[in-house]
Structure formats: C-alpha cells, structure tokens
Design a protein around this ligand. Structure first.
Ligand SMILES: Cc1ncc(COP(=O)(O)O)c(C=O)c1O
Length: 414
C-alpha cells in the first residue's frame, strides 16, 4: 500500500544510520519509538561538530566560548519556532521532561497554600503526575480526571467536575504514550483558565507526530524531550514569559537571574543542544526548507501525519484480524485524527512481555509493561496482567515492517 511519504521514504531512512543495523543477520525493526526514536546523521554531525569546533563553557571572551553561546542562542530560537512560542526568552532547557517538571512543580509550590488544588489526568505518563503529587506535602490536594473506556479518551465532563475555585493548575498530556489519544487541549485550557488555573502540557509523546503550538493551545507551560523526536536526550520547556519572571527558581546565587536562564541550573548539555538543532533542521528539511522556519515544520508534520495515519490504520486493521487480541484506544477509521500511531494491545492469557520477547527474537523491537502510565494501566485493570504490548510507529517505519509485526503476532503460539 502506498502512503503519503512513500515516494521518498527510502531517502528518509537513509538519513538514519541505525535503521541499517542488522543483528544476527536480520534487519532491526524499531517499533519502540515511544520510548525513544533513532537519530538522523544531521544530529550526529551537529553533536560531533560541537565537540570539534566550539567545546567550551559559556560567557567567556575567547572564540570557542563565543561560538558555543551563539549556537545555544540559535537553538533557543529554533526551539521557540518548533513550539510556536512568541519569543526565545520563553524557552528553558533541561536534562529531560521529568527533571524540568519536578523543578517547576517545586517552584510553583512556593506560590500555593494548603487547600489549593491541582488537577491531573489518568491518561498521563507519571512524569506529569508524580511531580504534582509531591506537592501534597504542602497541603495541596490533587484531583484526577478520568478517561472514557473503551476508547481511552479524556473525559471532558469529568474535567469540568474536577475544576473548582481552588484549582491552581491543570496538568495534561498532549497525547497518551500508551493508547495514543490526543485530548482537545484548547478546550482544556479554556476550562482551566476560566477556573483561574494554569495549564501544564506534557508534549513528550506528541512531539514526533504533529506540530506543537503553544499559542494555539494557549497553555502556560509545555514540556517535551527531543530523544522522542529524532534528537538527543534533551528536555525543552516553554513557559509564559511573565510566569518565568514571576515564579522563583531554586538556583545558585552567582548564576544569572535573567529569564529564561535563571531556570537552567548548572552547566547545560551543550553537545546535546547542538544535536537538538540538527533535529529541528532535519524536520525543516522534510518540510522543504534548509532553515528552521514554522511553515516548513508544519509542512513536515503534515507529511509525517499522513504517512503515520496510513500505517496505523494498516496495523489496527491487521490486529483486528487476529482472534483474541484486544486493542486499547481509538480504532474507528474515522477517528484516527484524534490519536497518534501508538497502539497498545493485550492477548490474554499471554503476557505482554512474552509477546515482546517473541518479536525481539526476530529483531522486531516493541516495549511491554505499564510504560510509566501508572494511572492508566491501573484504570484499565491491567496491572496483574503485566500492562500492554506497545507498538509505536514513527515516520521512518514502512508498510512492510507493519506487515512483518502482524505476521509474527499471527504466528505466535505461546
Ligand atoms: C508522555 C511522556 N511524558 C513524559 C515522559 C518522561 O520524559 P523524560 O524521559 O524526558 O523525563 C515520557 C517518557 O517516556 C513520556 O512518554
């Protein structure tokens, strides 16, 4: 079956050296993309070039330090474009989403009073739950928004029930890393703001699948991680400028008190920031531009979405032909725009780990377990069964890889 990106899928794949990996003579098939994507040569080159030509700490007067500072400023601009932030001042770098979220939840906690409330969801990865639960030690209450089963979408009526005049923040995912559902974030933000609460978005799982737009969502904070969208292990945060200014970070005294660097504790991972620029450039190039500009990023994501949609439709259709397999999440062809191509399934009484092991024995990589989405897996009553098998598609996957995973699952005999 031809899909939108098929024309140049081979040229996309050639840019990723690890896609050519073979183990025991068999080609590797990466369907563990929600846990981390592969990187294109551009990211490797940018990272190596940093070490070769500008490796230095910030703020000195000599050339390598100046180059390094200029590069970081360039990456910050590109990250603002990637998230559609109004200004590079609203971009904070950090090690990963979880560390950034804990740092900010602690700082936000300084503004909260006992009896204040935070709303989290049962759709979210625990990286967007535990940092808020940690504030219970301040006397803050945490309320949970439920999901609708079986489609595993956010229950918007329950969101309205959980919001109260004491709600100070709503933490919500841009896409579930287990079942793929995409909540209506603009509607969540409208409801949260009407209640006087800030909106914190976890875009880690959505990042490789669609254009992130903090202004269209109208969120107050958004975090993502570039190892999920073809870059290095690097966290990125958007924060509304006035909030980055108003909230007080935990920081050392000599470090800058300017926005946004007051939030960047310690020395940043400069080589990963260089690699991050490579990831933005890679995406812009898919959209037909050699510079990181918004129209190119949007065009790239549009192409990526069309290709991934065809692949996920093929996967869901094939899985539905295998008796006994249960798929969690949206499956109706007309609803596929409301999900990313991450598919979770069970095939009881087989354990998800056994299914993943069978695929791995054929060099097809997929993950199993709770995927750190503790609330969701508990809500779906899958804890004792070992969670789900997750098949996570990225734009470099091919229709034949989907057919292979289907063929292997159909041939599984426990
Ligand atoms: C949806 C989601 N949120 C948050 C995280 C945590 O991200 P990080 O590893 O950058 O802390 C993950 C990681 O898998 C994730 O999938």
């Amino acid at each position: 079956m031809a899909t939108a990106i098929d024309v140049d899928l081979q040229s996309v794949r050639r840019q990723f050296p690890s896609l050519a990996l073979t183990i025991d003579g068999e080609p590797v098939v990466y369907l563990d993309n929600p846990a981390g994507t592969q990187v294109p040569q551009r990211v490797i080159d940018r990272t190596a070039d940093y070490w070769r030509t500008m490796n230095a700490n910030q703020g000195s007067v000599f050339p390598t330090s100046r180059r390094s500072d200029a590069l970081i400023a360039q990456v910050r601009e590109a990250a603002a474009t990637f998230l559609n932030a109004a200004s590079a001042d609203e971009i904070v770098f950090g090690p990963n989403m979880t560390t950034l979220t804990f740092a900010f939840s602690r700082a936000i906690g300084r503004e909260l009073r006992p009896g204040d409330e935070i709303v989290v969801t049962r759709l979210d990865h625990d990286g967007n739950v535990s940092p808020w639960l940690a504030l219970q030690e301040l006397g803050v209450s945490v309320r949970f928004v439920d999901i609708k089963v079986p489609e595993c979408t956010l229950d918007m009526s329950d969101l309205h029930r959980q919001l109260t005049p004491r709600t100070r923040l709503v933490a919500v995912t841009h896409a579930s890393n287990v079942v793929g559902s995409i909540p209506d974030l603009a509607a969540v933000a409208r409801a949260a703001h009407a209640a006087g609460a800030w909106v914190w978005v976890d875009a880690v799982h959505y990042g490789p699948h669609g254009p992130i737009d903090v202004r269209a969502i109208d969120c107050d904070f958004l975090v993502c991680s570039s190892y999920k969208f073809f870059g290095p292990h690097q966290g990125i945060l958007y924060g509304r400028r006035e909030l980055l200014q108003r909230l007080r970070p935990y920081k050392v005294r000599p470090a800058s008190d300017e926005v946004p660097t007051r939030w960047e504790t310690g020395t940043q991972n400069h080589e990963c920031l260089a690699g991050l620029l490579g990831a933005f450039e890679y995406l812009a190039a898919i959209g037909g531009d050699d510079r990181v500009r918004r129209p190119a990023l949007e065009a790239a994501m549009d192409r990526i979405r069309r290709h991934e949609r065809a692949l996920v439709a093929r996967l869901i259709d094939g899985l539905q032909q295998i008796p006994g397999i249960a798929i969690y999440g949206i499956t109706a062809p007309a609803e596929l725009d409301h999900r990313v191509p991450t598919v979770s399934l069970t095939w009881l009484p087989h354990r998800p780990e056994a299914l993943a092991g069978w695929l791995a024995s054929h060099q097809v990589f997929a993950t199993h377990g709770d995927h750190y989405a503790t609330e969701l897996i508990t809500r779906l009553k899958l804890v004792d069964d070992g969670g789900t098998l997750r098949i996570g598609i990225a734009h470099y996957n091919t229709a034949s890889e989907i057919d292979l995973v289907l063929e292997l699952l159909a041939g599984f005999r426990g």
